[in-house]
Each structure stands twice: as C-alpha cells, then as structure tokens.
Design a protein around this ligand. Structure first.
Ligand SMILES: *Cc1c(COP(=O)(O)O)cnc(C)c1O
Length: 408
C-alpha cells in the first residue's frame, strides 16, 4: 500500500466490530469486569483488557497502533502533549549522573526541559550540529542517549539520521528523534536508523490545531544493557518490548501524562488527510521560499532551497521535500513586526502544522526565556519570522506576503 491508501486501509484498524469507519470514542475513566479475578488478571498483565484510562484506553490504543504502524515501530505510547512525550521518553532511560547529547537547534520548550532536568542531575551536552563526527567526539561513559529534531524547529537544520545512527550504534547509545516537523509523510526515522521516534501530534498529525498531544514510537531494536541502564534489569524479560513495557508500567503511567480519548479521536481524523495536507503544505512552502528568495529586503531559510546547506540531505533523506516551515529575516524586529501586522491571511499564532498558515516572531515568544547565545544557536534572531505554511491557494499566499513585504 502506498502512503495515502495505508492511512485509510491499513491492517491494524481494530475496534470496528459494528462496521464503524472510525474507532468509537471510549470516553470513560474505568472499565468494569464481572469478577474480581478478571480485574486481577488485567492488572497483572496476565489478561488483555482495559482497567483505567490513565493506563490504557481503546480509542487511544487505536491511535497508538496507527502511528506505530505508520512509523514502522513495534509499538507506541500516546501522551497528553509533545512535551509530555519527550519528558516520558527521556525519564524512562535516564537517571541522575547521566548525560544526553542534544542539538542546539531544538524547539524552545525542549531546551527549557533540559534545563529543568539539570536539577535532577541529568546533564544536556549541546552541540551546534549533530553528525557522526560531533556525536563520536562528545560521547563518554556517562552519555546515555542522543536527542535531536529531524528538521529543527525553527533552525531548520536537517539531521542525517543514517550518519548519526552509525555513531550511536558504535557508542552503544540510543538515538531519539523528534520527527514532528518531518512527519511519516517525509521519512520514517526508524528505517534510517533511529531507535525511538517522538511526535508532537498537536502539529501535522492532528492537522487542524484542535488538540494537544504527543506520541512515542519504539523500534524495539536497541538492547538496553542493565549494566549501563540499571532501570531495565527487571524489564529484560520483555525482550524488544523492554522500553515500551518500562514506559507503560513506570514513568509514563505514574506521572499521569495520558492522552484523552477524545483528542486521540481528533488525531485519527486528522491522520487520514496527513498525506494530502503535507503534499500541499510542502509544495506551498517550496514556492513561497522561492518567492522570498527573489526579494532584496528578505533573507530566507528553507532546507528545500538549493542555496540551503541541507539541500543534499533533503534530496536523499526526505525525497526532495523540505518540509512546511520557512524562516525569514526582515532586517530588524520592527520590520518583522510591521510585516506580521500587515499580513491578511496568515494568523499570528504560536503553533505549527495547522491547515492555516501561521506566523510568529520566535525571539519575543517561544525563545523569550532563552539566553542570547541559546537563541542564536537555535537560528532565532531579532528579525526572524517563522512561517508554518498551510494549505491556502499559493497565489493568495504569495500575493499576501508580497504586499506585506513591499514597504519594509
Ligand atoms: C510543538 C513541538 C513540541 C512540543 O509539543 P506540544 O504538543 O506543544 O507539547 C516538541 N517538539 C517540536 C519540534 C515541536 O514543534
């Protein structure tokens, strides 16, 4: 099956005993059983079943199965937000004294999370670029994971997963990839060599900006040596499912970062048009970026442009599509604000992956708590505008940005 067909007809669509074309919304907290013995068995993982929606829920499971299948993982765990997914995945692996290699081009919230984790003795080692060489040089005995975004938001640096995963394999550490901005439409990070994939499904997977959620997908390939990852000792018996079992029975369940059944349902609806939306968003982004490159007063950054240092990786890894986010530099903060205030179609909003085009000034919003150095390394300057390109007619978008950029 090709991508769009698989979105609608893939095999793991369960829960439709009545012929329902979408999974029913099991909007309940608890599941009742006839006997105490049955509930005992469910609680102790001796029988399949649901007990409490913080632990599992049929609608949420349907969403998890769809994403796991789409990403080529052995399973997935859905979370209340993208940040909850990142937090749960990291805390499932790390303990005090551990180090993580991370890219400086990360989403602002994730950079702040790594600051929070430092209070618990977890150290983030920031690298300006994540490659075979930089990871090999930075890894030491305390390094327990590499975490990077596939297409950095908003730096728009593209990581060569095959290259970096080689370094991770040699060092015996897992590669965790936040693939929010790439989506399974552009690439499956697992088939390129990533061990764990995370999405803020609030973005392209949902597609209409109507629910906050996140998801963690595991390849099942990484071998968690208990000598290096002591928390995995009691999960060895689960073999390739060790990471997912530990996550479900541990930090994810106990911090209560579960996804609501209703939001899982909204994501399932969004998922059906992921291919159509991404096709249009990426094509629009590419045309809009080309338009910006013809303007003298605007500097444009888009990985799909031949002028981008990531152009070759985009051809090889992302099938030639540079994603749906562009950043532009307007010359000064005042000019950036003036441009944003003159745009008619794009919404001034802090989100990406919506069907609507959205613009934001990252320096004064998402990166307002960051230091100057953090901002610059994340590709965020005083005059940077991030554009999350939507599905509007491209002629309208270009005309709108043309008039807004006319008298800067
Ligand atoms: C939005 C975003 C997140 C955080 O996701 P939420 O759903 O807002 O918690 C993480 N990573 C990237 C790349 C994002 O764009």
């Amino acid at each position: 099956m090709n991508f769009n067909t698989a979105l609608l007809h893939s095999a793991k669509q369960s829960l439709n005993e009545q012929g329902a074309t979408l999974p029913p919304i099991y909007q309940v907290s608890a599941f009742a059983y006839d006997t105490a013995e049955q509930l005992e068995n469910v609680f102790n993982n001796r029988a399949a079943g649901f007990s409490y929606s913080r632990v599992s829920n049929p609608t949420v499971s349907a969403f998890e199965n769809r994403i796991a299948e789409l990403e080529g993982g052995i399973g997935a765990v859905a979370c209340s937000s993208g940040m909850a997914a990142i937090t749960s995945a990291l805390l499932n692996i790390l303990q005090s004294g551990d180090e993580v290699i991370v890219s400086t081009g990360l989403f602002g919230g994730t950079i702040e999370l790594f600051e929070d984790l430092s209070a618990f003795g977890i150290k983030a080692v920031f690298l300006d670029s994540i490659t075979y060489d930089t990871v090999t040089a930075a890894a030491n005995d305390s390094t327990k994971a590499v975490f990077s975004e596939l297409i950095g938001n908003p730096k728009l640096d593209v990581v060569d997963i095959a290259d970096v995963s080689r370094a991770c394999r040699e060092k015996g550490i897992p590669l965790i990839i936040d693939s929010t901005t790439a989506t399974p439409y552009l690439v499956n990070p697992i088939s390129e060599g990533a061990d764990i994939v995370i999405h803020s499904s609030s973005k392209y997977i949902n597609g209409s900006g109507n629910s906050i959620s996140g998801i963690i997908v595991d390849s099942g390939r990484f071998r968690w040596d208990p000598a290096k990852y002591p928390g995995f000792e009691k999960y060895r018996k689960f073999g390739p499912f060790a990471f997912l079992s530990k996550l479900r029975n541990g930090i994810w369940r106990n911090t209560g970062a579960c996804l609501s059944p209703f939001n899982a349902y909204m994501n399932m609806i969004g998922l059906e048009t992921l291919g159509l939306r991404m096709q249009t968003c990426c094509s629009n982004a590419s045309k809009l970026a080309e338009f910006f490159s013809t303007l003298d007063n605007i500097e444009v950054n888009y990985p799909g442009l031949p002028s981008s240092p990531y152009f070759d990786i985009v051809q090889r890894e992302l099938g030639g599509k540079g994603g749906a986010i562009i950043t532009i530099r307007a010359g000064s903060k005042e000019k950036a604000f003036r441009l944003m205030n003159k745009i008619r179609y794009a919404c001034v909003a802090t989100n990406i992956g919506d069907v609507r085009t959205l613009v934001i000034h990252p320096a004064s919003t998402i990166y307002t708590h960051s230091t100057d150095k953090q901002r610059i390394s994340a590709g965020v300057y005083d005059d940077t505008i991030r554009i999350s390109v939507g599905i509007e007619d491209i002629d309208d978008l270009i005309a709108d940005f043309r008039q807004a950029a006319a008298e800067l």
